[in-house]
Design a protein around this ligand. Structure first.
Ligand SMILES: [Zn+2]
Length: 251
């Protein structure tokens, strides 16, 4: 079958997930190395189209996942939770269905248009000073938690590790960048890098705040709070008792 046909058929199949927020996993280690599932996890899939020999999956926040199938790659759409044999490269799970990529030899995550991705949080070692410089170029009123998810500034941090690294660094997601010192920015980035590296190596760091709203903070015992943050309104989790900075404005 000509490659272009396979791509267009795949794009058609994947339309059922367009408009949904999808859970993203990369069970195959090579896929995990190529694409940060955490950066995509929980984002809305905005469109899927075949362009040239590539399938472009556009996610909210300007992230584009490029999948080139070569001869062996194949996208499949099944009922959510359907039994599977083997290890797919990538799994996108929506409310009722999931899309699986098998043998996807080329996978790449980029930011839309000319916008380039910031330094990779999973690089060894991560370029923390360059990330701090990028954060410093943003408006001083921008909230730290929102900025950490901006893939132009630092690429790879997703919503889970944003919440966990801020908790470890004792900084509120609502802290304006202008009120954070360079060493504090470096600290939270360094925590994010360590947590994500551990997660990649299957050491499963324990979660202190993510999806634990209303439960006691493991450090100070105060109640953990949650609230949507940023243009994409992704849920921030934090402990007002021990993370420095005010809460959300107007709350
Ligand atoms: Zn606390």
């Amino acid at each position: 079958m000509p490659e272009g046909d396979a791509l267009h058929r795949a794009a058609r199949k994947l339309q059922v997930l367009v408009g949904e927020r999808v859970a993203v996993e990369t069970p195959n280690p090579r896929a995990a190395a190529a694409v940060s599932a955490a950066a995509l996890d929980g984002r809305r899939l905005e469109s899927v189209e075949a362009v040239g020999k590539n399938l472009l999956l556009r996610f909210e926040g300007g992230l584009v996942l490029r999948s080139h199938l070569r001869m062996s790659g194949r996208w499949q759409v099944v009922e959510r939770g359907a039994e599977r044999r083997g290890t797919p490269w990538l799994v996108l799970t929506g409310a009722e269905r999931e899309a699986l990529l098998w043998n996807g030899p080329v996978l790449e995550l980029t930011a839309r248009g000319a916008r380039r991705l910031g330094p990779d949080i999973l690089a060894e070692p991560p370029d923390l000073p360059a990330m701090v410089t990028n954060l410093r170029r943003e408006h001083s009123s921008r909230e730290l938690g929102d900025a950490l998810l901006d893939q132009r500034l630092v690429s790879g941090i997703g919503n889970v590790w944003k919440a966990e690294s801020l908790w470890r660094a004792r900084l509120s997601p609502w802290l304006p960048l202008g009120e954070a010192g360079d060493e504090e920015l470096e600290r939270v980035l360094s925590e994010a890098a360590a947590l994500m590296r551990a997660s990649l190596e299957q050491r499963r760091p324990e979660r202190a705040v993510y999806r634990r709203a209303g439960r006691p903070c493991p450090r100070c015992g105060g109640p953990i709070r949650s609230r949507g943050q940023g243009d994409a309104n992704r849920t921030a989790y934090w402990c007002p008792g021990c993370q420095r900075g005010e809460g959300p404005s107007g709350a």
